[in-house]
Design a protein around this ligand. Structure first.
Ligand SMILES: [Mg+2]
Length: 418
């Protein structure tokens, strides 16, 4: 059986782990740069606050209902996510981490599902502080629906199973076809034109006609809804194709020096992530853009790619090329809103394609240096050691004025007991 385990309102739940005063209080978490709402506690959902709404539009509501507002704290969320996944890994080695707060598990058939799932749920809550909902069914697509039902059925207590045909049929008749995993808005529209509005109607549709009209992916969804598993667990995630780090600036950046600082910072973050994945990059792209929403300002966006002489994940080397790329696209007289770095043509770092003029000793020294830097930064917090080109003042850096402490990843931000 497939189980889909999904953390409830994950980011807001993370905020509550180290701040239990927030239990029962309305909370929102904001996007990078404190722009939009990206996570809502149930209390906020009940107030009708929509996902993605710009925060300034709900200021009166925030005042009126004392909504607690947090900047996103990805260090904390990422770390708690790993703890949740590690806890789930105690129940089965067959686990596919699907997103920061969702995982598919393959579970053996048990006598008492309710009891077993509540045990998993209680263990995750006890070990990590994060509440989760669990849906179980014979296919991934049905497990997704079961998870949705676990969250929305009042007396389900966060677990729901779709094991037998009768239950599946009864519940699928109440699920809109647009809520089925993999059915986008366009497909939902087309299905509606053919009289298919519920998940049950899709399950009972002629799969060959669906295949003819919409392709094999849609046919698979039909079969999955019938309980025939077509989507296996992906135990090894497919290798990454690219690594992008891109941010909006706190205020418009106009000078070449500031833009370069920002791009050097993003490059070193991307390089560190690449090393974490044991990959090296063959191509580096830098891109910059102005704010297209400010109509009376001159607009400009551009990008430059450099094919690296030897694929690498060395921060200094990547910064060197990123600076060169920045110089080719920087134009004076614009107010830049956003910039980023994209590393592509990624290959495992065990594959070495050497260049005739490459200095092997130097490459080995750089590898060791990167290892030392990564170890220090892992132990003492990110950016404890960093390149000076990434800037000291960093006025451009986005604001995160109401970020909670990074309780689990920074020594100087540990929870205090007084
Ligand atoms: Mg979730």
């Amino acid at each position: 059986m497939f189980a889909l385990i999904d953390a409830n309102n994950f980011y807001t739940s993370c905020e509550r782990v180290f701040n239990p005063k927030l239990n029962g209080k309305p909370i929102v978490v904001l996007s990078n740069n404190d722009g939009c709402v990206v996570a809502r506690s149930n209390e906020v959902k009940a107030l009708g606050v929509k996902m993605g709404i710009p925060v300034f539009q709900i200021r009166p509501l925030i005042e009126q209902h004392h909504i607690q507002v947090y900047s996103s704290n990805y260090s904390l969320y990422g770390d708690l996510s790993q703890r949740v996944m590690a806890t789930l890994g105690e129940f089965t080695p067959e686990i596919e981490v699907y997103s920061i707060d969702e995982a598919f598990l393959m579970l053996p058939n048990v006598q008492d599902w309710n009891d077993y799932l509540h045990q998993i749920q209680a263990t995750v809550k006890r070990w990590t502080g994060i509440p989760v909902s669990i849906g179980v069914a014979p296919t991934k697509t049905l497990a997704k629906i079961a998870n949705h039902l676990a969250k929305t059925t009042p007396d389900a207590a966060g677990v729901f199973t779709l094991l037998d045909t009768a239950t599946q049929e009864r519940m699928l008749s109440q699920v809109k076809v647009s809520d089925v995993w993999g059915i986008g808005r366009q497909w939902a529209k087309r299905l509606k034109q053919h009289g298919i509005e519920t998940a049950l109607q899709l399950r009972e549709a002629n799969e060959w006609q669906i295949k003819q009209r919409m392709g094999v992916v849609a046919m698979r969804i039909v079969l999955e809804l019938r309980g025939l598993s077509c989507l296996p667990l992906e135990l090894c995630p497919p290798p990454k194709k690219m690594r992008t780090v891109s941010r909006s600036f706190e205020h418009p950046v106009e000078s070449r020096a500031e833009l370069k600082e920002a791009i050097a910072t993003y490059t070193s973050r991307a390089a560190a992530k690449l090393r974490g994945d044991n990959l090296i990059a063959g191509v580096l792209t830098v891109f910059v853009m102005t704010n297209q929403f400010i109509h009376n300002e001159p607009q400009y966006q551009n990008s430059a790619s450099i094919s690296l002489p030897v694929a690498t994940n060395d921060t200094a080397e990547l910064i060197h090329y990123a600076m060169r790329a920045t110089d080719t696209i920087f134009r004076k007289g614009y107010r830049y809103k956003r910039a980023g770095v994209n590393l592509t043509e990624l290959i495992p770092d065990t594959i070495e394609q050497r260049n005739l003029f490459d200095d092997l000793n130097k490459r080995e020294r750089s590898r060791q240096l990167m290892q030392v830097i990564d170890n220090i930064n892992r132990k003492f917090g990110s950016e404890t050691v960093r390149y000076a080109t990434t800037g000291l003042k960093r006025d451009w850096q986005m604001k995160a004025v109401c970020r909670s402490p990074r309780f689990t990843t920074r020594w100087d931000e540990l929870a205090e007991v007084s």
